[in-house]
Design a protein around this ligand. Sequence first.
Ligand code: 2IT
Length: 446
Amino acid sequence: MNSYIKEVYDHLVERAPEEREFHQAAKEVLDSLEKVVSENEVEYRRVALLERLVEPERTIIFKVPWEDDNGQTQVNKGYRIQFNGSIGPYKGGLRFNPTVRLGLLKFLGFEQIFKNSLTGLPIGGAKGGSDFDPSHKSDSEIKRFCKSFMTELYRHIGPYVDVPAGDLGVTGKEIGYLYGQYRRIKGISENGVITGKPISIGGSLIRPEATGYGLSYFLKEILDDNNINISGKKVSISGYGNVAWGAALKMKELGAKVVTLSSSRGYIHVEDGLTKEMIDYMLVVRADSNKNLKDLAEKFKLDFQVGKKPWEVPVDFALPCATQNELDLEDAQKLVNNGVIAVCEGANMPCTPDAIQYFEKNNVKYGCGKAANAGGVAISALEMSQNSIRYSWTAETVDNKLVDIMKHIYRSSKEMSLKYNVTLSQGANIAGFLKVANAMLVQGDY
Ligand code: 2IT
């Protein structure tokens, strides 16, 4: 390892040993920058470029008190990490999930810097959220929580400052409540402050589909480049939320058979592929905080493998779309033994480092999340554009732009992988990094 990279990484671990996911994300990026950093070491060291890169520009932590349906006050933690704003307003989702901690959000915010840079659009990196658990909460509880969350957050965000969106546990419904409170406090119609909005308040067509569609387009780029067809192939998808839904829709449209979906409790297996009716029902499940994948399995009388992961099913492509570190070395070995051709990450950091290494060693085409799932945030940026010009584009216009953006991401990742003789995912990290590094260098020492 390059000694500058090692110093920066060791220091990071030493100062916050508990931020495990952040170390994992930082190591993955830093390792892939080996050659670029060695080339520019004197300059980068002089301006402490890497030290600045791994340090969030601003971290906001606040309390979120709210009243539950029994009249009991509950207190959650709220966070917003404004990680890097060198190429544009901070941009990234809000995650409402009991696993949310500072280290988890730092990993997500850090990844977001490079992902957003890769889209080619002017957006900085951020992430936020709360340890609030939206499952089994009533609609009024969710509304009160969102109101309280925004009552603190509003002072830290703005269309030119920081533009949140959704992530796990935050759908169009929550975004609507959050924006309503922002507008009420500020007394201003400024809907470019948040994205993933319902269409009626300035949301973009195709934004709900964008992450899963973009993931499928990215996979298609990899396959086209290698003369491999999608049609008739089998694909396993994990998760059953927004990303899994969009990916299932598009992969089916492209002619693949989507044979799995999963939750933390197990997976469903449909040998002939999910029907359109089943994929549409995912939205019904998602809209009801009391429903989960089991309800979909029961409705369509599908095989539900309790306590197992979908990666044991023989497939041509695997699209992990659930959550971080959901696919480990053992899963990678099963996929490779069963002849998997390509793995693209719909979730953020779903494959463990040893799983990734195993895929790459066995010539499995691997698309990392920062490249493969960037379609979501890219269309968020286009939602901001539409809000700025007070206009909305047709679904076709947005979808065509999404295709172009995913092609651009593939091309820039490939170009860097060839230039530096590294893997496609390392090429993606380099491409994302170089734009941000350059923007930091020309702005002096911030
Ligand atoms: O992980 C992600 O890229 C997102 N949750 C979407 C962020 C956004 O601002 O649309």
